[in-house]
Design a binder for this molecule. Structure first.
Ligand code: ZN
Length: 124
């Protein structure tokens, strides 16, 4: 007999669900703070003043800032298999217009495209 396959809901997904359902205003305020500390570069990227992609902590959990910005802005509790992609290939950028959602395969493809062609700014 085959066991039905249930995808396990990750802790982070539950965290996002709770933020979106019960603390969306607080989370949006946090997004605002994050965006306010960025600097815009010549490509229109809003870059966090960090070496690695910025992280943030809220209500007992933490995640990457770009993922947080996307999920809160779109009221989406991303699953473990959904990745937030940078169309600009700058992982320190949190400009919502440069972020899009995909799966892990898309993310690998993005990386190959970047290595092969560089960034196509016309698409942004
Ligand atoms: Zn960007």
């Amino acid at each position: 007999m085959r066991t039905p396959y249930f995808r396990e809901r990750s802790q982070l997904q539950a965290w996002y669900e709770n933020l979106i359902a019960n603390h969306h205003q607080e989370a949006s305020q946090k997004v605002e703070e994050l965006l306010n500390e960025t600097e815009q570069d010549e490509n229109g990227c809003w870059v966090t003043p960090t070496v690695e992609p910025r992280k943030l902590r809220l209500r007992g959990e933490q995640d990457r800032a770009y993922r947080f910005v996307y999920c809160i802005t779109h009221r989406l509790a991303a699953t473990r298999d959904q990745v937030i992609r940078h169309r600009c290939h700058n992982r320190r950028c949190i400009n919502p217009r440069h972020l899009t959602i995909g799966d892990r395969r898309d993310n690998l493809q993005d990386e190959r495209d970047r290595q092969a062609n560089g960034v196509d700014w016309g698409l942004l």
